[in-house]
Design a protein around this ligand. Structure first.
Ligand code: GAP
Length: 491
């Protein structure tokens, strides 16, 4: 565990040092749970978002895109259940006034029970400790109602174990657990009273449901089909921590995949999406399979309207955590919006004339969390260097071009020429600062797969040295062949 905490610290330090991720509002002392993306972080995040969009929208003939407003009508969130139920369980430490999520506090406590509580002790807890028994067996309490969390907390004293202390100050003096709504309200200036009350969207999903009729009426889509959206979502998250894993604003990418459950088996749609998501993460983003696992939600944590929910989890340095959620939301959302808006969102099958409210399966993933995963998965170090072994598809720069020496005009001119030629095909960077060794180390740390050096021989033979990030092997390649050489490598 200490080693992994260490790894997380190293990733956070690298992210700051090399311009991937900076703390938000830093010069004013920071703003909790906000982050800014530096030059290479912006490229990496953009590459991940573009890869998602290409794979899940542009390369498919059954998914169309959408870009809905971030500021949205309060009724959308009433219909979806967010104003009433989109709440975290919050608990405050009375001693240091630290506020945290009660479910995460309890999960961390259970995880810290090492060795795990024996089956004998669990069995002895009996039915009145049912919630605690489930929590001890699964290690999960996220999503449980407040009463169940309070029940677990109250019954921890039945375990032969230390008290539940505050991770900040070490005291055991807590307020009751209570709800904290995560939606960000916005008061619009143009309308007075309740009508002026809007919300920053808490998810992109609702944009797809409220525009369902618009999309059906304005395009040629036919069931089964998906509507996809990628964009900022806002959640007033209580618990800070772990860099961009959980933040108050983040880039969410979601697909609502609509189908007629009488024609298409939901189990098949669900399994297909599982396969598609897994292939994207392993083959496109290039993440190691041993760090991934699917985890079905327990009955207790699954939303009441969902028939099945599974999370693809990634083994972050701080443990296996949700990366990508896949949920069968039935016809819940469309029905809710029909009821509240009194608009008909049912569609008519052109062949049979049958009217149906389609069911939906929803893959949802945070792009920033995907990015943090790529940093963790790609991080490698030995006694000589730190290397980010990012998949070239998502690396911020594909190629770095250097003149061997920074004070030789003829080398710089030639290197600029190579840079301009490559720049027409790929995102390329140029560096003539310091010596070659330092430039390699810098490019390794930002994950640039290939470095090209223009030397004195290049002026004679029209060839350059290409150095591979992972193997550190070097080869001579003719300048005229460089573009096709890298195109081939990038697949
Ligand atoms: N429409 C369903 C939905 O939004 P979710 O599990 O709340 O589901 C989906 O979120 C994904 O969004 C998560 O799997 C995670 O990748 C990402 N995510 C959720 N909350 C986040 C936060 N506060 N910061 C960063 N990413 C977040």
């Amino acid at each position: 565990m200490a080693e992994n905490t260490n790894l997380m610290e190293k990733i956070v330090a690298l992210a700051k040092r090399r311009g991937f991720i900076y703390p938000g509002s830093e010069i004013y002392g920071g703003l909790a749970n906000t982050y800014d993306y530096g030059p290479v972080g912006t490229e990496l995040l953009r590459n991940i978002k573009d890869l998602w969009w290409k794979n899940f929208v542009q390369r498919r003939d059954d998914v169309v895109g959408l870009e809905a407003s971030l500021i949205s009508h309060h009724k959308i969130w009433e219909a979806s259940g967010h104003t009433a139920g989109f709440a975290d369980a919050m608990i405050d430490c009375k001693n240091c006034k630290g506020r945290m999520r009660a479910d995460h506090l309890l999960e961390n406590y259970i995880e810290s029970l090492d060795p795990a509580v024996s089956a004998e002790v669990i069995n002895s807890l009996g039915v009145k400790n049912k919630d605690l028994v489930v929590a001890l067996k699964t290690g999960k309490v996220e999503g449980l109602p407040i009463e169940a969390l309070e029940n677990i907390r109250a019954n921890l004293s039945n375990l032969p174990k230390k008290p539940l202390v505050c991770p900040n100050c070490g005291e055991n003096d807590w307020t009751p657990i209570r709800k904290f709504n995560q939606l960000f309200p916005v008061q619009l200036g143009i309308v007075e009273g309740e009508q002026g009350q809007a919300y920053l969207r808490g998810e992109t999903a609702q944009g797809m449901f409220i525009n369902f009729r618009n999309v059906v009426d304005s395009t040629r889509v036919r069931l089964p089909f998906g509507i996809a959206q990628q964009g900022k979502s806002f959640r007033n998250e209580i618990t800070p921590g772990n860099s961009v894993f959980r933040t108050i604003e983040f880039d969410l990418s979601e697909i609502e995949y609509f189908f007629d459950p009488e024609v298409t088996k939901w189990e098949e749609v669900f399994e297909n999406w599982k396969k598609t998501i897994y292939e994207f993460v392993t083959k496109q983003v290039g993440v190691k399979e041993e760090n991934l696992r699917w985890r079905p939600h327990t009955d207790e944590e699954r939303s009441f309207y969902s028939k099945r929910t599974e999370d693809l989890e990634y083994k972050f340095p701080f443990g296996f955590k949700e990366l990508w959620g896949l949920a069968y939301r039935t016809d819940y959302d469309l029905t809710q919006h029909m009821n509240l808006s009194r608009k008909d969102l049912a569609i008519t099958d052109p062949q049979t004339g049958k009217k149906i409210v389609p069911h939906v399966i929803e893959p949802a993933v945070g792009m920033n969390r995907l990015m943090l995963m790529t940093l963790a998965d790609a991080y490698s170090e030995d006694d000589k260097r730190v290397v980010l072994k990012l998949d070239p598809k998502i690396a911020p720069y594909k190629v770095a071009v250097f003149p061997l020496l920074a004070n030789k005009t003829e080398l710089i001119d030639k290197a600029k020429q190579v840079f301009n030629e490559l720049n027409a095909h790929f995102v390329v960077t140029f560096d003539d600062r310091g010596n070659i060794g330092k430039r390699y180390l810098y490019q390794d740390e930002i994950g640039t797969p290939w470095c090209v050096t223009v030397d004195f021989d290049s002026l004679e033979d029209g060839a350059v040295t290409v150095r591979d990030r992972d193997t550190m092997e070097q080869e001579r390649v003719a300048i005229r062949d460089l573009a096709s050489y890298f195109t081939q490598k990038l697949g």
